[in-house]
Design a protein around this ligand. Sequence first.
Ligand code: SAH
Length: 231
Amino acid sequence: MFIYFSTIRLQNIYFIQKHQYSVQKYALIKYWQSKNIITNQEVLSAFKKVKRENFILKRYLKHAYEDIPLPIGFNATISQPTTVMIMTQALEVKKGNKILEIGTGSGYQAALLSILTGEKGKVYTTELIKELTDFAKQNLKEYKNIEVINIDGSAGYKKYAQYDRILFTVAIPKIENILLQQLKDPGVYLAPVGDEYSQELIKVTKKDFQIIKQSLGYFQFVPLKGEYGFK
Ligand code: SAH
C-alpha cells in the first residue's frame, strides 16, 4: 500500500515539476517577444526544445527557468537565459554552419547551436577544465553534431578552422587577430570584451574582406583563462 501511494506521489511531483518548467519557459518566451528581445522564431523554437534542467546541478532544479545565471562548479556559471538567447540570436546561425564556441561550461549554449545548425552542421566547443568537459559531455549525449574538446581555447582551435561562426561565452580582454583569422568570409564572431567585472558584447561581421564591429550592450561573464586570457 505504502509503495503504491509513494509511486503515485513521485509521478505527481515529476508531473508538477515538468508542468512548472513549461509554464516558466512560456513566460520567458512571452517576455522576450513583448520586449522585442528575441524575435527569431527558430531561436525561440530551439529554446523550447533544449531542456535547461538537464544542464544544471540538481540542487538548483527549482531555478531552472528563472532568468538568472546558476553556478556549475569550478567558478563557472551557466549564463542567464536572456543572455544566452541574445547571443544565440546575434550569431545568426544558418543550417549547416560550422561553429566554434570557447567556454563549454554546462554545454547548454552548444545544445542550442546544435539545433540551429542542424545535422549537416557541426559545433566544436572548447573547455579548459577537465571536470566541466566531462559534465558537458554527459549533458550533451543526445546531441550528435557537437564535439566537446578539453583544451585552452583562448587561441581558438586551428584544427577545424575556418568557422562560419565563432563565439566566446566567457569574458575576453581583447579581440585577437588569431581568432578573426579562423573566421570565414562571410562569418560572424561574438565575444564579451572588457575587464574581469564587466564586458561589452561585441559582434564582428566579416563580409567581402571587410570587418564591421557592433556593440550589443553590457554583460557579465566569468573571465577567460589561458594564453590569451586574463593574467
Ligand atoms: N557556455 C557555457 C557557460 C560558460 S561559463 C554554458 O552554456 O553553460 C565559461 C566557461 O569558460 C567556464 O566553464 C570556464 O571554465 C571556461 N573557460 C575559461 N577559460 C577558458 C579557456 N581558455 N578555454 C576554454 N574554456 C575556458
